[in-house]
Write a protein that binds this ligand. Structure first.
Ligand code: SF4
Length: 315
């Protein structure tokens, strides 16, 4: 449960009790639109995986109806087994050499102004899959040069330096890597990863390119305490992270870790206000927020916020 004894005045005195039935604010409409079907067909035709489907994202109806799909490269089998994630675990197949061109073709056909690319963890590959990210960015720059590119990468365990250097040199507009939860919960929720290694990755991205926007996110409702969330925000700011996302953890299947609580929209609002006060350029905090939810609009707002900040400093 959240540490509610520290609730500032005006914030909810208590979040919702433990329950597995989804509250009303989580319910979403079933996807029905024609555009949804066309987005799905295009992904199939180009043999592309999406995190929208693999992670059973609740926003798929809304996002695909606007042609917003988050492509998941490097296959649909992950070498990790995080307690919250719906992606299959096992021995992945060989890397698809045609994938970078297929991603670029999808971006062109969908007419995307902003694209989000993520991947499974590929601990089996010597570079963790970094060179595939580079090829995808290069293919996108060739085919749809006006599309802004956001990448959401794994932690590249034991190969982080080379991976970050290569990917940042390819020039994405936004580099995202999710911390997912507070450090205390890592052994149960994200056992294959290390909190400080993930933070360092984001710090390294900024060191290599101070102008790239960095982004990270956490899920709420896994048993984190309020002050732990505040500490994560401070750690992120120390690492120079520009954009924080916070959303409700939803249990994909009964085999996955339980929801400890459904955090109310009001509590999300309070967390969002605190994050803004801590100096993030952009904050997205709501039960249905996901890393890539409304990513294009948020990117534009973040870019404007930086421009306004630079103008202020120049005066
Ligand atoms: S929020 Fe992200 S993962 Fe979910 S459907 Fe939208 S684009 Fe896909």
């Amino acid at each position: 449960m959240n540490d509610l004894s520290n609730a500032p005045q005006g914030e909810p005195a208590s979040d919702q009790p433990v329950r597995q039935r989804k509250p009303d604010w989580i319910r979403v409409k079933a996807p029905t639109s024609k555009t949804y079907g066309a987005t799905r067909d295009l992904m199939r035709e180009l043999n592309l995986n999406t995190v929208c489907e693999e992670a059973a994202c609740p926003n798929i109806g809304e996002c695909w109806s606007k042609k917003h799909a988050t492509v998941m490269i490097l296959g649909d089998v992950c070498t990790r087994a995080c307690a919250f994630c719906n992606v299959k675990t096992g021995m992945p197949r060989a890397v698809d050499a045609a994938e970078p061109e297929h991603v670029a073709e999808a971006a062109a056909k969908l007419g995307l102004e902003h694209i989000v690319i993520t991947s499974v963890d590929r601990d089996d590959l010597r570079d963790g899959g970094a060179s595939q990210f580079v090829k995808v960015i290069e293919a996108l720059r060739r085919t749809t040069p006006a599309t802004t590119i956001e990448i959401l990468t794994p932690d590249f365990r034991n190969k982080m330096q080379g991976a970050v250097e290569a990917i940042v040199a390819a020039g994405p507009d936004v580099y995202n890597h999710n911390l997912e939860t507070v450090p205390r919960l890592y052994p149960t929720i994200r056992p294959g990863a290390r909190y400080y290694a993930s933070l360092r990755l984001l710090e390294e991205v900024k060191r290599h390119s101070p102008t790239v926007f960095t982004k990270s996110g956490i899920m709420l409702g896994l048993g984190e305490q309020r002050l732990e969330v505040h500490q994560v925000m401070d750690d992120m700011r120390c690492a120079g992270i520009d954009f924080l996302t916070m959303g409700q953890y939803l249990r994909p299947t009964p085999k996955h870790t339980e929801v400890v609580e459904f955090v109310t929209p009001k509590a999300f609002g309070a967390y969002g206000a605190i994050a803004r006060a801590k100096g993030f350029l952009q904050v997205a905090a709501s039960p249905l927020t996901r890393s890539s939810y409304h990513a294009g609009d948020d990117f534009r707002q973040m870019r404007e916020a930086r421009e306004a900040q630079l103008l202020k400093t120049a005066r």
